[in-house]
Write a new protein. Structure first.
Length: 289
């Protein structure tokens, strides 16, 4: 049968990093912003070769940021909101060819701890924190400068795990105003409806979420008590079936996730209160006897 393989990559980051934006491009994974071990927000933009871990500096963001959301649109990487000394409402555009960066728009309000996903020609920005409460709104944009509200989440969520399966957006866990969520939701841009797909065994936020082998993987994260975990859970996006897999060798939260042709990389993150330089490689399912 097909079984997943999870192991630590042979390469690592040159310095600790968490809460960065990671977006896939044709020439590799692009890492932007994030937090250092000293809790300093970064402005750096770097390309990573997912096969070797080699890093190539691309330039700098207009504003240092962490806990932002990112997407590729029209040849540029867009960085939505994020945190500095407070939550930001800015939309930064970084030209992947020239390295030029500028602020091209503003979200409807300040947002950190938010998520973004691209379906068709639109980017959907959802959840987040406005320095007061977790937000429910889902906004759509085709240019990064104008936004329209298309739906609401059942509750406000910060640090949700978000990925795309087909033309639907999966939203797994996250932090509500009263604690972590165990819900796995589906947002369908075609109908603009949010429905519940599954319930996780344990409420979780700050997890790494990605699709692989027809399933959704929810890896690591923080419990309602703020404890980092080793759990690996899959959800079938068709049936909602939930399966617990063997755990990671150590807990991790707040990592960046980059999906590649061969699986995914979980990049950096925190081990409890410590930031880690480890890059964990989540490989494509392979045949085993």
């Amino acid at each position: 049968m097909l079984t997943p393989s999870i192991h630590v990559a042979a390469f690592h980051l040159p310095s600790p990093l968490q809460r960065e934006v990671v977006v896939p491009t044709d020439s590799g994974l692009v890492l932007a912003g994030g937090l250092t071990a000293a809790d300093v927000s970064l402005e750096t933009v770097t390309r990573m070769d997912p096969a070797t871990g080699a890093l190539t500096p691309l330039g700098s963001l207009a504003t240092p940021v962490h806990d932002a959301a990112g997407a590729i649109l029209g040849g540029s990487m867009l960085i939505f909101g994020g945190g500095g000394s407070s939550s930001l409402d800015t939309v930064q555009a970084f030209d992947l060819t020239s390295g030029a960066s500028s602020v091209i728009g503003h979200l409807p309000g300040p947002r950190s701890d938010l998520a973004a996903a691209t379906v068709g020609g639109s980017v959907y920005v959802m959840g987040g924190y406005d320095d007061s409460i977790p937000r429910r709104e889902i906004y759509a944009s085709t240019d990064g400068s104008s936004f329209r509200k298309v739906a609401d989440l059942p509750v406000g969520l910060r640090y949700p795990g978000v990925t795309v399966v087909g033309r639907k957006i999966i939203i797994a866990g996250g932090q509500t105003a009263t604690g972590a969520s165990s819900a796995v939701l589906v947002f369908d841009p075609a109908t603009q409806k949010v429905t519940k797909l599954a319930t996780l065994p344990t409420p979780i936020g700050h997890a790494a979420v990605f699709p692989m082998g027809g399933l959704i993987y929810i890896v690591g994260g923080l419990t309602a008590g703020g404890v980092a975990v080793r759990t690996v859970t899959t959800v079938d996006p068709t049936t909602g079936a939930v399966t617990s897999l063997p755990p990671l060798h150590r807990p991790i939260s707040d990592a960046g996730v980059g999906v590649t042709d061969n699986g995914a990389l979980i990049i950096g993150g925190a081990l409890g209160s410590d930031v880690t330089t480890t890059v964990s490689s989540i490989l494509v399912a392979s045949m085993r006897p």
